[in-house]
Design a protein around this ligand. Structure first.
Ligand code: ADE
Length: 249
């Protein structure tokens, strides 16, 4: 069965967006993965199909209502742990994790992306307004994930980021079969810099070693460059790398 993504959002027209193009778009056409987008407003209340309300305790902005979100989640999950309302008799429980994209979440890592790509898919809930009522997150045992220490206007773009990162790892999606293996964050060093023709451009020559044909020297040059870049840009990753047993140069 193909990898299944469900997205719950009040801006359904933001999907598939960039995921309809390039590698992800081709993989979707090939049936490697599928996307279903649900408009949370379809579960909104009253004439205005309202999905949010003012926060208890006061403060700025609006909070997404737990009853509305729970109904939306129930409509996509085959049968979800933590809720009794929507278990479809006879259907297997939905094994996909429910993920809420929020700047309060745990940082997304390549390790988690790899685990998600190896699983059956994801159900993504995009937060808007000031946040989501915590009770629905708790009741549905949702995993809160952040894509970085900055604040987006909602979880939609974060969902696109998470999906893009996972889809490229699905079997048969990536062009060069082993480019995922060598690249950054698996290493855990940042990647070495890349060069192609022309060998001299704008008075700048390609590092001599790379044109030498000496494969051992090229590998050593690349490792040294990766270490140097990581040490200056990401001392946190560099320290992990050294702590994991690599020799300091
Ligand atoms: N929604 C708003 N900001 C976000 C972030 N940094 N990560 C995930 N979801 C978000």
């Amino acid at each position: 069965m193909s990898w299944r993504a469900d997205v719950l959002t009040i801006f359904p027209s933001m999907f598939p967006g960039p995921l309809g193009e390039s590698l992800a778009g081709k993989a979707m056409e090939a049936g490697t993965w599928s996307l279903k987008v649900t408009d949370i407003r379809d579960f909104g209340l009253g004439r205005h199909r309202s999905v949010d309300d003012t926060p208890f305790g006061g403060g700025a902005g609006m909070v997404m209502r737990p009853d509305v979100l729970d109904a939306a989640i129930g409509s996509v999950a085959d049968a979800t742990p933590g809720s009794s309302a929507d278990a479809t008799p006879g259907s297997a429980a939905d094994e996909r994790p429910l993920i809420v994209l929020t700047p309060r979440g745990k940082p997304l890592t390549q390790k988690r992306v790899r685990e998600l790509a190896e699983g059956p898919g994801v159900i993504l809930l995009c937060g808007r307004f000031e946040g989501i009522d915590q009770r629905v997150i708790d009741a549905r045992q949702a995993e809160e994930i952040s894509i970085g220490d900055y604040v987006l206007s909602g979880g939609e773009i974060a969902s696109l980021v998470l999906l893009d990162a996972a889809i490229r790892l699905l079997p048969g999606v990536m062009g060069a079969a082993d480019s995922a293996v060598e690249e950054s964050f698996s290493a855990p060093l940042l990647e070495y810099p890349h060069y192609t023709r022309p060998a001299i451009w704008a008075d700048r020559a390609v590092p001599e070693t790379l044109t030498s044909g000496n494969h051992a020297a090229i590998a050593a040059w690349r490792l040294a460059a990766a270490r140097q870049t990581t040490k200056t840009r990401r001392p946190d990753l560099y320290n992990q790398y050294i702590a994991s047993g690599a020799q300091a140069p």
